[in-house]
Design a binder for this molecule. Structure first.
Ligand code: SF4
Length: 355
C-alpha cells in the first residue's frame, strides 16, 4: 500500500496541508475557515479525534469521522536508554512497524523519524537496509511520529531529522509534504532550518530538492571518501557515483548561498577508518561549506565494529586540520538498539520483505 489512505481506506487529515483540507471541506459544503479551525485542532491542540473539536457542530464532526482519520499509528512500545535516549515503536494500520528515536542533548532535543518501512538501498552496515523495502510511509504517518512524540516525550522537541528507517528522497513527495506541515507556523511550527532531510545520495532528487527551493536542511550519508569503497558498502553508489553526488551538492551549495551541508560518516573499523581515508575526506570536502559528523558505528549484528579509542583519536586528529567543522558523535541509546543503523528489524514479518 503506497497511497495516502489508511488500510481502512479513509484519508488521514494529519498529513494534509490546510489548503488541501479546505478542498475536502468544500466538497462537504463547508466554508474555507473551517479548514483552518480543523488544522489548528490537529497541530496546535493535538487532538486525536474529531469528537474533541468542540467548536464544530456534532453533525460536521460525525461527517468528518465517517470519511477521515486523525491517527494512523499506534504506540506499541517505548523504551528509554540509560543515557535518556527514547525509542518509540509504532504499529501501522497494516500491522507493519516503524521507529522514531528522541536524542536529548544539552542544547537541543532531536527526534529522528522514519520515512519508509524498511529500505531498498541495502547499505551493508545498516540493519534497516537488510530488510529491503516494504512500503513508503504516508505524509500523515510521518507527521504523526512528531506529533505523538511531542505529547509522549520527556523532552521538548526542537529538531527533526529524517534519519530513521528509509530513504526520504525515494519517498520524496510525502517526505516534503510532511516537512512543510512540520515547518508551517500554523502547523507544527518547527523552524524550517531545524528540520533536516538526510539522503544517502539519490542524485536526481538532490537537484530537484534544490530547484524546488525547499528551506529545510540537507544532510548526506557519505560513509566513504572514494568511489570504490563507497560502492562496496553502499550499493547506491553504483547507480549514482561519488563524482555525480558531489556535483549535485555543489549545485545545492550554489543555490543556497548561506547554508552549509552536513555529511555523516559512520566509522567502521577496518573498512573506512584509516589515516589515508581521513586525508581523502579532507580533499573531498574542503571545497564545500560543510560540517562533517563522524559516528563510530555500533557493535551490531551485521558484524561491524567501531574503531578502538586510540584509532578513533588518530582518525579525528588528522581531520582537525580540515577547513570545515568536524564533530564526533557519541552513539546514543545502544542499550535499546536505538542508534544509527540499528532500527526495527525484529518486529517485521520477515516473509513479506521485498528486495
Ligand atoms: S543507511 Fe539509510 S539508505 Fe542505507 S540502507 Fe540504511 S536506511 Fe537505507
Amino acid at each position: 500500500m503506497t497511497s495516502d489512505t489508511d488500510a481502512s481506506k479513509k484519508l488521514s487529515l494529519t498529513g494534509l496541508p490546510a489548503s488541501q483540507i479546505e478542498e475536502h471541506l468544500k466538497l462537504l459544503g463547508e466554508p474555507a475557515y473551517r479548514a483552518r479551525q480543523i488544522y489548528n485542532w490537529i497541530h496546535h491542540r493535538k487532538v486525536e479525534s474529531f469528537e474533541e473539536m468542540t467548536d464544530l457542530s456534532k453533525l460536521l464532526r460525525k461527517r468528518l469521522s465517517d470519511r477521515y482519520l486523525l491517527r494512523t499509528i499506534v504506540l506499541e512500545k517505548k523504551n528509554t536508554a540509560l543515557d535518556g535516549t527514547e525509542k518509540y515503536l509504532w504499529k501501522l494500520s497494516d500491522h507493519r512497524f516503524v521507529e522514531s528515536v528522541v536524542i536529548p542533548e544539552a542544547r537541543r532535543n532531536t527526534v529522528c523519524i522514519s520515512s519508509q518501512v524498511g529500505c531498498s538501498l541495502g547499505c551493508s552496515f545498516c540493519a534497516t537496509g537488510s530488510m529491503g523495502l516494504i512500503r513508503n510511509l504516508t505524509a500523515g504517518e510521518i507527521v504523526e511520529q512528531v506529533l505523538q512524540v511531542r505529547k509522549l516525550s520527556e523532552h521538548k522537541i526542537t529538531n527533526v531529522v529524517f534519519m530513521g528507517m528509509g530513504e526520504p528522497f525515494i519517498n520524496y513527495r510525502r517526505s516534503i509534504q510532511a516537512s512543510q506541515i512540520m515547518g508551517d507556523p500554523q502547523g507544527l511550527a518547527i523552524a524550517t532550518k531545524k528540520i533536516t532531510i538526510s539522503t544517502s545520495g539519490v542524485v536526481p532528487k538532490i537537484y530537484q530538492y534544490t530547484d524546488d527551493g525547499h528551506p529545510f536542511g540537507l544532510a548526506i550519508s557519505l560513509h566513504a571518501p572514494n568511489q570504490s569503497l563507497r560502492e562496496q558498502i553502499m550499493p547506491i553508489a553504483g547507480k549514482f557515483p561519488l563524482d555525480e553526488l558531489m556535483a549535485s551538492i555543489t549545485h545545492y551549495m550554489r543555490a543556497k548561498k548561506r547554508n552549509r551541508v552536513t555529511f555523516e560518516y559512520v566509522l567502521l573499523h577496518g573498512v573506512n577508518d584509516t589515516a589515508s581515508e581521513a586525508r581523502q575526506l579532507i580533499s573531498l570536502l574542503s571545497p564545500i561549506r560543510c560540517k562533517l559528523n563522524v559516528i563510530p558505528c555500533n557493535q551490531n549484528y551485521l558484524g561491524f565494529s567501531p574503531p578502538p579509542p586510540e584509532h578513533l583519536e588518530k582518525f579525528v586528529s588528522i581531520l582537525m586540520n580540515a577547513p570545515f567543522t568536524v564533530t564526533v558523535r557519541k552513539n546514543r541509546g545502544e542499550d535499546i538498539t536505538a542508534a544509527c543503523g540499528q532500527l526495527a528489524v525484529e518486529h517485521q514479518e520477515k516473509s513479506i520483505y521485498i528486495r
